[in-house]
Design a protein around this ligand. Sequence first.
Ligand code: UD1
Ligand code: CA
Length: 484
Amino acid sequence: MDVDVFLNKAMAAVYTYADFAAGIRPMSTPLNVVILAAGRGTRMKSDLPKVLHPLAGMPLLGHVLAAADTLCPQKICVVYGHGGETLPQAIARPDIAWAKQEPQLGTGHAVQQALPHLDPEAVCLILYGDVPLTRPETLREMTLIARGGAIALLTVHLANPAGYGRIVRNGRGQVERIVEHKDAAPEERMIDEVNTGILCLPTAKLAGWLARLSNDNAQGEYYLTDVIGMAASEGEQVIPCHPATEWEVLGVNSRQQLAQLERDYQRTVAETLMEQGVTLIDPARIDVRGSLDCGRDVLIDVNCVFEGRVVLGDAVKIGANCVLKNVSLAAGVQLQPFCHLDGAKVGADARIGPFSRLRPGTELAEETHIGNFVEIKNSQVGFNSKINHLSYVGDATVGQRVNIGAGTITCNYDGANKHRTVIEDEAFIGSDTQLVAPVTVGRGATLGAGTTLTRDAPAGQLTLSRAKQVTLPGWQRPVKKSEK
Ligand code: UD1
Ligand code: CA
């Protein structure tokens, strides 16, 4: 049984008024998520707000929102400030409440700006917009603790805890308070358990503590972390939670940290793919910027980039240095090295590349062959048809078993409008042919090499447009004057 369903049932059976009075809330308690993203991000040295910098093709804030979404919150409130309206405009989600923090007086002050948007009956999960990779499982555990009435605090032991807030525990090992690095005494700086900043707690209690924060500290800021000390002194339970891996709680402050987290993310994706049975020639040389779904026995060579939603069927082979964006390849497709595919759908056992470019709207049927330096856009190519060399096929409908010779061009654009080319089944297009659309090549027709087709070619016949070949008798090559 799903853990939530289980806990819901268990709660429903035993939940009493005494629990309610003690601050324990049933599983149906709504969840509100607050994401702090008002900071400056100075060390990025960028005009783009820090949380909009992409990791695996998605803004940092997008990752945090995606994790929040998995928890089905009643409300998400993002606290923003530095960078102005760029942030709400870029994220463009009408379901999000935006709270402006101006000026930025600290993390506690930031959460205060979100309070008017929050449901006092809810539990509140506080996340950072620049900590992108926290796993939903970790956050879910925290929401369960808060729904039970306690305070869940995400902490981690770091080899180098410098700069972070330290977790101060009492003699019995219970969390007593958090001391910021700049305020910490030398012995407190020895503590290697640090505050990740992520916590989850009942909103009404949070509101009470926030109202009592002061900025009497080394940085003159209203620290959210002081809430922990207040809670503990009032006898509230503060329960530390820990991430499964360190990168789950790492924040991005610089381009170096962003690049490092990108590698952490890609390594995890590569490991998951291999666990699912995908062969990666080098797991350190694959980049997935979206979702990649693979069938059985897929092989991916080095330096491939997958963007958007990519689906690879059973036994698909991807050669080195390919870029695939929003593509689906059916079973047995072989992609040779150096192909660029965007918005294409490819049928089973097709052979593509090397150096092929498939643009949006390309649909290739089973067993098609697309070769080097061929560009296809907004076209359907039928079963077993071949376009093997140096061609442009745009806005075309190509039938089955068609052979398109080297250097063929569909002239689809008259300078103002696009027109379609239709090539019926079993047609044979000679090399270096231009098909001036709109034009149709009939079933089984043959076009002679070098044809410029401006009118329809009838089925089953040879059509060609070509100047008559002549040979000039007695012609001599010019020679250089000095040789005379
Ligand atoms: C904070 C914690 C510290 C913790 C560390 C983890 C406090 C007082 N300290 O320190 O215990 O170890 O995070 O990285 O909370 N922000 C706002 N408005 C503000 C200030 C910050 O929205 O006025 C946002 C920032 O955009 C950022 C997050 O809050 O996303 C953390 O701010 P930051 O300045 O990095 O906090 P630290 O001082 O590093
Ligand atoms: Ca920070």
